[in-house]
Design a protein around this ligand. Structure first.
Ligand code: 9MR
Length: 568
């Protein structure tokens, strides 16, 4: 029995850094000894004892851990529990997550709109260009004097948002903020990185080349007359399960919104900072970004109450639009994020004075409707380079990051899978995989930016959440397509469904466990109703098995950041 695979043993299916914590979790009644064995099952290299019983606070199931942190020798191994079986094979080695990080960044390349993906870069997932978006219609809700309904504009490029083919500014906002922050936080590592995209031979770092594909699209979403930004570019209804080039329905830009415009302002201000160093390769781009950000800010000041309400819009205008709404009635956090980015870039204090950072009772985890903490990351990042007005708040901002990280840590050592993720059933929302990745980022920001005595734990538990994403969780999946042994084969992702290739497009993060998924997508076949077990690898499950750019971005951040920090 010890010779058979046991999926009760949950671990990071890619592996572990030699000098980091190395923990596997066994679900069920196994107890006693465990071994670390070479992948051919012939040589025992380490023996240990399973921990005392731990109860999963959500399901009540019994778990124990196998801790082999002290074993540091490079190689490929399995965890074997006599009487239970052995785990999937995994590696112990330096840079064990580097290919994953590159693959997750490449996931954005596969999401590119308006371009062929040739086999040279896309392998068996090569496909013809979809959605040129060079003839996009102004929806009646977006009509203005200069651009009446039906006006044709060009709005090419960008990334497909998710498993669908639409492009949404709000969700692009946090996605771009996360990727640009990765660049600002780890410039040396990201400058040296070469992946395999068409632009890899130019002088711009690959990460910034990829981000540029979406940045150029975002710039087209601003009405040049008044600076307002259209909420999304979409067809009225979701496409069928067809390839991008077969999806040729009319596309519209719909009404401008306060959240889209402020998120746009934040991204453009940050891009203005980041691309300034590439003025020779991209003449004028950085300045255009800052000026677009300023114009967007001014529109926001003049239109603070223009929220996006799809039902209201549909009551007034045709055609009705029923695609993703990214509705958010509270723009106070978007104001703070835009203000912080504009202030950090321009040093103009009027932006900072326009919002109130404090008092703030909590520091919420970033997510598409909640971007305030992204402002904190930026203010803390620039700390001493800010003007005195902002500098005086940096200590408090950093304290908030520490408090946030400490509250994430609290009780993680008692959690069944030894992760920050999943301490509470509340973590298992739509896109919970991104929750895990964003928790990891929050811990890493506190690790980088504060002097907390808990710093080493921040790093350890950030890595723990990557372990979660790669298999140490209640369903035993590695949630990244193509990375790990048990990974999603049927994500809700139109190209993966329609391309006739057995394997899904690689490097995409499934939204993952979602306590309410069965009710939301009504897909048949969910096998559990326990909050941390509601997940199904079926393409009908858009609530638990879709992929999305705002989920991939924090994975890209977390994986690259941990690679860059692996020797800390
Ligand atoms: O990520 C979004 C999630 O927070 C919402 O609960 C859900 C339902 O409104 O929508 C998710 O976003 C989807 C978007 O609306 C359309 N493209 C696919 C996105 C991921 O499922």
């Amino acid at each position: 029995q010890g010779q058979t695979l046991s999926e009760a043993i949950r671990l990071n299916q890619l592996g572990y850094y030699p000098n980091a914590a190395k923990i596997a979790v066994v679900v069920g009644e196994a107890k006693g000894a465990f071994q670390l064995v070479s992948a051919d099952l012939k040589t025992v290299v380490f023996s240990g004892k399973l921990s005392d019983t731990r109860q999963n606070a959500i399901s009540g199931k019994t778990t124990r851990t196998a801790d082999f942190s002290t074993f540091t020798k490079t190689g490929t191994y399995v965890v074997l529990i006599p009487g239970t079986g052995h785990s999937f094979p995994f590696e112990i080695r330096p840079s064990v997550h580097r290919n994953l990080a590159i693959g997750a960044l490449k996931g954005f390349y596969y999401q590119r709109v308006s371009t062929d993906l040739p086999a040279k870069f896309a392998g068996k997932w090569a496909r013809p260009a979809g959605h040129p978006d060079n003839r996009v219609l102004i929806h009646p809700s977006a009509a203005s004097k200069d651009r009446p309904a039906g006006t044709v504009i060009g709005s090419p490029r960008g990334w497909y948002d998710a498993g669908d083919y639409n492009k949404y500014i709000v969700n692009s906002g946090i996605t771009m903020g996360t990727l640009l922050s990765l660049y600002e936080d780890f410039p040396a590592y990201m400058n040296a990185l070469k992946t395999d995209i068409p632009e890899s031979t130019n002088k711009i770092p690959d990460l910034l080349d990829e981000v540029l594909w979406n940045l150029r699209w975002m710039l087209t979403m601003q009405d040049p007359t008044d600076g307002g930004v259209y909420h999304k570019l979409t067809n009225p209804r979701f496409d069928g399960m067809i390839m991008p080039d077969k999806a040729v329905n009319d596309r519209y830009v719909v009404q401008k919104s306060i959240t889209a415009t402020l998120d746009f302002a934040a991204v453009m201000a940050q891009a203005g900072r980041v691309y300034k160093a590439y003025n020779r390769e991209l003449p004028g781009l950085a300045d255009s970004c800052v000026s677009a950000a300023t114009k967007a800010w001014n529109w926001a000041k003049a239109n603070p109450t223009v929220v996006y309400n799809q039902a209201d819009m549909n009551a007034k205008f045709d055609p009705d639009v029923v695609t993703g709404s990214y509705e958010d009635r509270n723009a106070s956090d978007e104001w703070i994020w835009a203000a912080a980015e504009l202030y950090a870039t321009t040093k103009d204090e009027s932006y900072y004075k326009a919002v109130n950072l404090f008092p703030d009772t909590k520091t919420p985890l970033p997510a598409w409707p909640q971007v305030r903490t992204l402002a904190y990351y930026t203010l803390a990042r620039f700390g001493n380079d800010l003007t005195p007005l902002g500098k005086k708040d940096v200590l408090l901002v950093k304290q908030h990051l520490t408090t946030m990280a400490d509250s994430l840590l609290m009780g993680a050592d008692k959690q069944a899978f030894q992760t920050v993720m999943g301490k509470s059933a509340k973590d298992f929302i739509w896109g919970s995989s991104a929750e895990a990745a964003n928790q990891g980022i929050a811990l890493l920001q506190a690790y980088r930016l504060t002097n907390s005595p808990n710093r080493s734990q921040y790093l350890q538990y950030a890595l723990g959440n990557l372990d979660y994403l790669l298999g140490r969780n209640a369903v035993g999946y590695s949630f990244v397509t193509g990375f790990g042994d048990k990974t999603p084969m049927h994500p809700h992702h139109r190209p993966s469904i329609a391309d006739g290739v057995a394997e899904p497009v690689p490097g995409l993060l499934s939204g993952g466990i979602n306590a309410n998924a069965a009710r939301q997508d009504k897909c048949a076949g969910y096998i559990s109703t326990v909050a941390d077990e509601v997940y199904i690898d079926a393409d009908c499950s858009y609530a638990s098995n879709e992929i999305a750019i705002n989920w991939n971005a924090p994975l890209v951040y977390l994986a690259f950041a941990l690679e860059a920090l692996q020797n800390d």
